[in-house]
Design a binder for this molecule. Structure first.
Ligand code: CU
Length: 490
């Protein structure tokens, strides 16, 4: 406990210096301990990905926070059960929104059905243990303590009951925002996201109830790295949304317990980042580092429609451990900002010019028809280069994000639809093996022969129905959908 307190004091000292150097409005130049409070109110708390209403210009007040701890079973991924320990019934815990000068009266309630004592350390608190020393509470009990918000910023809170790592690893963390005098500038959409790493006895995707694995946690080898407590919490119909032209602010935290997050939104640039959730604003940022037990506030305007993928850019975590979310932006295309593919052709270094896709036979160099095993071999290589990233090594896909190709009823029902997906891309709602997906697969820039080979490989693998897709079949579909696309444009 002693060393932990020292660390907390060090962090607080640092944040005090930051406030001195960079202004978060002018409030920080005054003495926040002197800010008078008016009246009292009960804090609105929200589950992720939502945040309470902005503070705006309300005066500092006595703010009552009622936080209930619940130990409850949830789903880490499809068919994977996990017992989470939560603040308020969600991972991350309920979002708390305050302002500088608020006097928070914190009620920590440990539900009688719980098995363990817990407490809370809020990084926004100036005081021993960030509140942990005053809040240890047994099941069926409540503890109350008060603190005054002295430093504006976005702060992590977490349980600090021994074994601390285990309480955090089971989901006991969340964010508390302390707004500056007058509030943060208004934006159109605000969301709450927190990354966390999870350690299970079984490997990623192993079915059934998965207990916590202390050994893997100590070795810092997580099976899951996820946003908002589970795989797929922010994909498909749970994606966060915005309309073209809107400004989006994400309150991004990292509960850890171990990993640091390289937070990135594919296809967007953060116009502004409150570095580490504090007062220093960086502009035009591609990827921002969110420390374990730290945060960042990122803001950007969405200028073009589409699906933007949120990732930890330590990229195996994204595609293999679950750290993927989606922001869906509606609106008209904005071709001057992003054109889409304007030309598709064959690149011949010797020839030096871009040519159109071969319309006639004879352009491709080797047109000797391959045997099925040759197709499978060539197709496997293409799969590893192009499809693998999303549909995964065994065609298992990623729950709620990328549909499976293994034993896919969609794929096995009709090779023409599979060919269309690879040729022209696929978007809108589809159902694969009883699960709905509503996402975007971009068109894959492959020749007829390559598409034939990769699909023959897919059909030959993972329990699929061994359809042999040939180049002429692909060519036939290519012709058809061009005509269809034309219809749409007319
Ligand atoms: Cu706890």
């Amino acid at each position: 406990m002693k060393t932990k307190l020292k660390i907390a004091a060090g962090v607080l000292a640092l944040s005090a210096i930051t406030v001195g150097l960079f202004s978060f409005g002018d409030s920080s130049s005054g003495d926040p301990t002197k800010i008078k409070v008016e009246g009292e109110m009960v804090a609105e708390l929200t589950a992720p990905p939502f945040v309470p209403k902005p503070i705006g210009n309300r005066a500092a007040t006595k703010l009552i926070v009622n936080m209930e701890i619940k130990e409850q079973e949830g789903e880490m991924a499809d068919g994977v059960k996990y017992t989470y320990w939560t603040f308020g019934g969600s991972v991350p815990g309920s979002f708390i929104r305050t302002r500088i000068g608020d006097e928070v009266q914190f009620h920590l309630k440990n539900h009688p059905d719980n098995k363990l004592p817990h407490n809370i350390d809020l990084h926004a608190v100036t005081g021993p243990g960030g509140g942990a020393t005053s809040s240890l509470v047994a099941p069926g009990h409540e503890k109350v303590f008060n603190f005054k918000c002295l430093n504006p910023g976005l702060y992590v809170y977490h349980c600090a009951t021994a074994p601390v790592g285990m309480h955090i690893a089971n989901g006991m963390y969340g964010l508390i925002l302390v707004e500056p005098e007058g509030g943060l500038p208004p934006v159109d959409k605000e969301y709450y996201i927190m990354q966390g790493d999870f350690y299970t006895k079984g490997a990623y995707g192993d079915q059934g109830t998965q207990p916590f694995d202390m050994e893997k946690a100590i070795k810092e080898q997580p099976d899951y790295v996820v946003f908002n407590g589970k795989v797929g919490s922010l994909t498909g119909d749970k994606s966060i949304t915005a309309k073209k032209g809107e400004t989006v602010r994400i309150y991004m935290g990292n509960g850890g317990p171990n990993l640091v997050s390289s937070f990135h939104v594919i296809g967007e640039i953060f116009d502004k980042v409150h570095i580490e959730g504090g007062n220093l604003i960086n502009k035009d940022v591609q990827t921002t580092l969110v420390p374990a037990g730290g945060s960042a506030i990122v803001e950007f305007k969405v200028d073009v429609p589409g699906t933007f993928i949120l990732v930890d850019h330590s990229i195996f975590r994204a595609f293999n451990k679950g750290a993927i979310g989606m922001l869906k932006v509606d609106g008209e295309q904005e071709k001057t900002i992003y054109s889409g593919t304007v030309q598709e052709g064959i690149y011949l270094p010797e020839g030096g010019t871009i040519q159109n896709m071969p319309k006639e036979k004879g352009v491709a160099k080797s047109t000797v028809a391959k045997t099925v095993p040759e197709q499978v071999k060539a197709g496997k290589e293409i799969y590893g280069r192009t499809c693998f990233a999303c549909h995964q090594s065994e065609g298992q896909g990623i729950p709620n994000a990328f549909p499976p190709l293994a034993k896919s009823d969609y794929l096995n029902a009709n090779p023409k639809k599979a060919i269309d997906a690879v040729l022209h891309g696929l978007s809108g709602e589809i159902t694969v093996n009883g699960k709905k997906y509503n996402s975007v697969m971009t068109s894959q820039n492959l020749t007829d022969e390559e598409i034939a080979n990769v699909l023959t490989y897919v059909y030959d693998s993972w329990g699929n129905n061994k359809t042999n897709v040939t180049a002429p079949m692909v060519k036939a579909q290519r012709g058809k959908v061009v005509a269809k696309a034309k219809d749409i444009h007319e």
